[in-house]
Design a protein around this ligand. Structure first.
Ligand SMILES: [Zn+2]
Length: 291
């Protein structure tokens, strides 16, 4: 069962801006608020203006929102937290026009809010980046073309996306091209040699065996979807269906430069759902610099 924070839990835990700011401080200094400079516990507290915190022992001043997505924002911290709850609890993404109506803010502010939350998720995601190294789990690798993308001139375009799927998680990223060099270079960086790889029979994957990988090629070109050992690409294929539905129904026009943050949001939501994790609690577990 997927865990989720309800609106009632949210209201109880974050009744005001102060509770949100204190939570950010807790993520940065721990619940015992140890000062980074003097090392004294229970010393870092918000000042009366709530915009800065300081250590009562050594006097060092800390800005809890500096460089995070809340940096220099006129939107109240509790609204940011509530918007994150919406992101977490809406299964197919949170478009700007919904945030605009739901939060009674301008479209520009709603777009910036959503964009910053997506960058926050991307930073959390990149912070967790690791190679696929568990030999107990095969990885399925494929690439697809994502439409719904606009280029810098506002013209409809598309982007080539590569996906690596295993029972541990999903990772996707834009791919330069479908050449062997481009594909193999990414796989060698992201997948440990001890891990079995399953792909279709596209020619660019052919040299994986010579790179030291156990490689199963499923000959989709001949209408074969499962080999004699039960290897298949159902995991990555079902992720592509999920991702394309996500873009088709919610994010219908995404700028090329922001594609990566939308990909990371989709990954984050998918992995949280599969692992039964509370996406909101994960999103507020850390406030990395997004600048
Ligand atoms: Zn101190």
């Amino acid at each position: 069962m997927v865990e989720a924070t309800s609106i009632w839990e949210f209201v109880r835990r974050f009744p005001d801006d102060l509770s949100c700011l204190n939570h950010i401080l807790d993520t940065k200094f721990g619940v015992d608020r140890v000062c980074n400079r003097c090392g004294v516990a229970n010393s870092v507290w918000l000042k009366s203006n709530h915009k800065v915190a300081s250590c009562y022992q050594c006097g060092v001043v800390v800005r809890p929102m500096a460089n995070t997505m809340l940096h220099h924002s006129r939107i109240a911290p509790r609204v940011w937290f509530y918007a994150m709850l919406l992101f977490a609890n809406m299964p197919r993404g949170t478009p700007a026009h919904f945030l605009e109506r739901h939060l009674s803010i301008s479209h520009k502010a709603a777009w910036r809010l959503g964009h910053s939350i997506r960058r926050h998720i991307a930073c959390l995601r990149i912070g967790q980046a690791r190679i696929f190294s568990n030999p107990s789990y095969s990885v399925q690798i494929d690439e697809t073309i994502l439409k719904n993308v606009v280029d810098i001139s506002g013209n409809s375009s598309s982007v080539l996306v590569m996906g690596i799927w295993s029972r541990e998680g999903i990772m996707t990223f834009p791919l330069r091209d479908r050449s062997k060099d481009s594909i193999i270079e990414n796989i060698c960086q992201l997948v440990d040699r001890r891990v079995n790889i399953i792909t279709d029979d596209f020619a660019s994957y052919a040299s994986l065996s010579s790179r030291g990988y156990q490689h199963a090629r499923i000959t989709h070109s001949k209408g074969i979807w499962v080999d004699g050992n039960g290897n298949n690409t159902c995991g990555i294929d079902s992720y592509w269906s999920y991702l394309k539905r996500y873009f088709r129904t919610t994010y219908k026009r995404v700028s090329m430069e922001n594609v990566i943050s939308y990909l990371k949001e989709a990954e984050y939501r998918y992995d949280c759902s599969r692992k039964g994790e509370d996406m909101f609690l994960k999103m507020i577990s850390s406030f990395p610099d997004i600048r």
